[in-house]
Design a binder for this molecule. Sequence first.
Ligand code: DON
Length: 354
Amino acid sequence: MIVDGVTMGRFRAALLIGSTIGLTACAAAFARDTQPPAAMPGADRLSTIVSEAHIRFKDVKDGANADYIPILATVPSELFAVVIATRDGKIYSAGDADYRYSIQSVSKPFTAALVMQQYGDPDILKDKIGIEPTGLPFNSKLALEIYDTRSVNPLVNAGAIASVSLVKARDEEERWQMVLANLQAFAGGAKLSLLDEVYKSEYETAWSNRGIANLLFNYERLYSDPEEALRVYTQQCSVGINTRELALMGATLANGGVNPATGKRLLDESSVPELLALMLTAGFYDESGEWAYSAGLPAKTGVGGGIVAIVPGQFAIASFSPRVNTAGNSVRAMLAIRFIAGELGVGLFGPNPE
Ligand code: DON
């Protein structure tokens, strides 16, 4: 009975994912044939729109700080920032854009990029982690049982822990330093550091992620010692970032893999579309469909309240607000980014109505 249920669930998930990919490809082809890409908005427009988004949503109080990592509950809930960083490095910001918070899962695509870059093999993520959306919460253990790839994709916790374990390093310290240096490079050479209290709070309560790491190791889908991968993954999530830096990280992907501030190539141009596809299909976990439907942009969220979305070839929109919904996605940051994407008409498949 159980086997039948699981098989049926996987069959339905495969149909859903297959049809989503088919529809996405059709929509992209249709958009290409019928609409020219939205032109890059000018400086005045970008500056106005970040302020408008900030004013429009600053009083929204929906959601609540995440508290399964106890320290996150103590971050002031009223903080709110909206930032656009263009592919040529110009920054437009409103609100608390300099406040540093833990990057959490927004780090995941950037470490996946490091793995792609280190291995120079376009199929590394596909072979060693997986690239399908789970349609399940970010910390799902069920996903490990129902998908043969186990970790499923690099943007859920399992796949992100597997990404860290794939980073080529001689020891744990070097693994951590490579992860940190990569985040810093994406942030335009900013001096980022570990938020010690966040790391302590998260590592002391990391029972769920420890379970995931051990299960992956058991299935031979983790490529380092499980506790080492867990520690470095937790350090990665505990890196402090502000919303300007986050926007610059996204602008690197908008700029085809070259950081706009330093001119350094961090990801091969040919790998950028693959990473953005993962962000579109899995960046919001079990809300990824809703996000693609309503905003039409590749993006990644973090339970600390940060989100970054990419308008390929143009700019990145980052926003931060600590109150998250039940999927772990920041309520005001989602509203702000969706509003900006809608107003500027930059959704990948054509302008999304508000
Ligand atoms: O592993 C965790 O649970 C956290 N360090 C990251 C989760 C997260 O950010 C989910 N995203 N919205």
